[in-house]
Design a protein around this ligand. Sequence first.
Ligand code: ASP
Ligand code: MG
Length: 342
Amino acid sequence: MKFGGTSVGSAGRIAATADIIVSSRHPAIIVLSAMSGATSELIEIARNESQTDCIVSRHMDVAKTLGLPQNINDSLRSIVARASTYAETVACGELMSTTIMLSYLQKRGIDAVMLPALDFMKLTTDGEPATIAIAEALSETMKTAGKHDIYVTQGFICRNAAGQVATLTRGGSDYTATLLGEALSAEEIQIWTDVDGVYSADPRRVPAARRVPQLSYSQADTAARKGAKILHPDCVRPAMRAGIPLRVLDSFHPQAGGTVIDNVADSTAFIAVAYVTDDASGTAEISLIGQHRDIGDKDILNVLDDIHVETVDLSDNYTSVRVAISDADKAMNLLHNNFIDK
Ligand code: ASP
Ligand code: MG
């Protein structure tokens, strides 16, 4: 079960997330992001070598509101005091959020222990997750930890091939979760976030967007890679390799339907619109995810009518157009409203 930054973003959210953890099936591994905003703040601190007091006190305030024992303040301070490299500083967000969650779960009488991600999340010399080494080290770490109901670990943070602290790319906690699910042949991998599933487009930009209750691994993988920001671009692959259902759920509305990604047959219609912006060229690539036998580039250009389309890319898994960033919202709405579910 992976919980993102907003799911641990305040004392109230940590308590609500703990409720979800408590009522889940056990044993479970809990993968946490840093509190919302913490990683960005730590990146600024690492870049400018600025003061850490502010970020530490934010965590101490949360611990106090949750009624955690005073000595957690020493743990939080020492996490930050130990960090000297850039990556070590950036890694403090997950180290602090998990320290707070573990203490809170224990306070509620839950049988929970920490699995330090830095003991098993390893990268190869190419900077890719070392899946075999991760599986071996994780099983060692779990053996040492013994049998418990709940294991808490850090998303995003890892060690490079030289053993130094490193991180995955931004939003990488999703990827940690699916890598661990794969390593353990988990029954299910759950990504708990702040929207109730994968949508047919970003609902903030496309008002007609709808929740997609189920999608295939390959279409979810394409959507993640083509900019559906709800999932880290690399996170579908481990679940797909292992054939483990990947569920996207809303920690603010735990009973909402969510989205399940599994080995259902690919839909034969376009299922979603995703986009990636490229500030350097001032353009956005907008992709219709899926295949559609009856819609070709002429149909796409017709619908986009007065928008200048730089390129059209027809691939097996998606059809994409490149337009100016200023036309992106209009193009996304037109493509979504004309071609999704048609
Ligand atoms: N805390 C990291 C980030 O902000 C990882 C994550 O949230 O998944 O990118
Ligand atoms: Mg995320």
